[in-house]
Design a protein around this ligand. Structure first.
Ligand code: R5P
Length: 297
């Protein structure tokens, strides 16, 4: 019996195949069947003592249930250690009850996945008030990897040397400063105030630093596109020469790209954490570095 295998939830992308190839382990699909009454049947492949399940958790609700069912079947099939590789981890943004009666979804999802898996590996998950992923998964191993080595490897040698790496808010400072250091570029972060689900207001400490500069705008999640569009408009108004955007997790509808271009964004690239037409950065190297220890015989 192979000691470690990878099984994946159905996905439109090639990312799990690349990861299995890099780890040199077998890959098999997890089959999902929807009955006419909308209930789900989950069928896993043969389990190995260590089974890594690849499931990126955009459009998450049915996938969460599928993961719980898969975990039950895999354990019954002999898996002793289940590792979830979820490049995009859902429901991490609601880490507090902002109004009376609101559920703290981050806490619930952390507990749910910790009951099904021994380890969760994700990439640039959105942690705000919870600064450490260990606080989301206190009883299991958890890794919040950075996509920046992969982003830097993709962009190296392609950028104007006077590019300024920029993020929309103070939360973006860790990945913006990391990427800038890897590419030996300047960086700055903007100030963002959210007005609604799709509306944000962007301000600058010093708009003059963007005048006539190429800007690389990097955000962890692009969902409604409101943040990127507002940043692009503000940067154009500050005199930025070009604005290229990187989304770590491209949750936006592909046709939104037109709105972003209209707002002044010249190009958008994303990682393959979520299958999307803008995918340009493969995360298999970053994930494999963290998962290789699972493959020792
Ligand atoms: C929020 O703080 C995140 O870092 C992103 O800026 C946000 O999720 C982007 O969402 P949207 O594309 O809907 O503006």
């Amino acid at each position: 019996m192979t000691n470690t295998i990878l099984q994946c939830l159905p996905t439109a992308g090639e990312a799990p195949r690349r990861l299995a190839a890099r780890l040199a382990i077998p890959l098999s699909p997890i089959e999902l069947h929807r009955f006419p009454d909308e209930e789900l049947r989950v069928t896993v492949g043969p389990a190995a003592p260590t089974t890594i399940v690849y499931g990126s958790l955009h459009e998450p609700d049915h996938k969460l249930l599928a993961l719980l069912f898969a975990s039950e079947a895999l354990r019954r099939g002999g898996a002793k250690r289940l590792v979830l590789a979820a490049p995009y981890l859902c429901y991490m943004r609601q880490d507090a009850a902002f109004r009376e009666g609101e559920a703290i979804s981050q806490k619930v999802i952390g507990k749910l996945l910790a009951e099904a898996f021994e380890r969760v590996v994700t990439v640039n998950t959105h942690l705000h008030r919870t600064s450490n992923i260990a606080d989301v998964f206190p009883k299991i191993e958890a890794d919040n990897l950075s996509a920046m080595p992969a982003v830097a490897a993709t962009l190296r040698g392609t950028l104007d040397p006077y590019t300024i790496v920029t993020g929309p808010d103070a939360e973006s400072q860790p990945w913006v400063s990391d990427l800038a250091a890897r590419l030996q570029l300047d960086y700055a972060v903007l100030q963002k105030r959210r007005r609604g689900d799709r509306t944000v207001e962007i301000t600058f400490a010093d708009p003059s630093i963007f005048a006539n500069r190429s800007v690389l705008l990097v955000d962890d999640i692009v969902s409604s596109g409101g943040t990127l569009a507002a940043c692009a408009k503000a940067l154009s108004a500050a005199g930025a020469r070009t604005i290229d955007a990187i989304a770590i997790h491209a949750l936006f509808a592909p046709d939104l790209a037109a709105t972003l271009f209209k707002a002044g964004v010249r190009s958008v690239k994303s990682t393959d954490s979520v299958p999307h037409p803008t995918n340009a950065v493969a995360l298999d190297g970053v994930l494999a570095n963290a998962l290789r220890k699972e493959c020792r015989t």
